[in-house]
Design a binder for this molecule. Structure first.
Ligand code: NI
Length: 165
């Protein structure tokens, strides 16, 4: 299987789940991967200004967000209350050297992580959506708000990547 095969696979059928969060993510996964894959490689490594992340680094940050949210969403369902650390985003992007990683690899990793997150959303029991989650120093919020916050953050950064340089 080549990276392009992974990108071009269609997402799961959106009609299987009617929750707004699942619809939101399913819709993104139908349109965004091919747009990401079509960005020229040299463009993905350019920093728009000193100290600003390149597209590779922003997508790396979204992979970190997906990884942390995977842990949150699973852990919140197997304990009565989630307490989980935040993550220093600049340090995470730096130590993983996203700036020099392969763009197609980053796109495929992001895509498959998010397809799995969509699968998780579709299978969260209604009763687990109110589980209290404490992330870092923040106040407790229900798991449903953690999921919605993930999607809002994701859309914010995808817009940054997809805007013209
Ligand atoms: Ni962010």
């Amino acid at each position: 299987m080549t990276p392009d095969d992974v990108v071009e696979q269609e997402g799961p059928p959106a009609h299987l789940d009617s929750s707004p969060s699942a619809k939101r993510l399913a819709s993104l996964l139908q349109t965004v991967p091919s747009r990401l894959a079509n960005i020229p490689d040299d463009e993905t490594a350019q920093s728009p200004a000193p100290g600003r992340w390149s597209k590779k680094q922003i997508l790396g940050h979204l992979i970190d967000s997906a990884g942390n949210n995977h842990q949150r969403w699973v852990r919140a369902q197997v304990a009565p209350r989630l307490e989980f650390p935040g993550y220093p985003q600049e340090s995470w992007v730096a130590v993983q050297s996203y700036a020099t990683e392969s763009w197609p690899d980053l796109v495929n990793l992001w895509l498959l992580l998010n397809r799995h997150l969509l699968h998780i959303i579709r299978n969260v029991p209604e009763s687990s959506l109110s589980r209290p989650c404490v992330i870092g120093a923040h106040d407790a919020i229900p798991l449903s708000a953690v999921i919605e916050g993930y999607l809002t953050h994701l859309q914010h950064h995808l817009a940054q990547i997809l805007e013209t340089p």
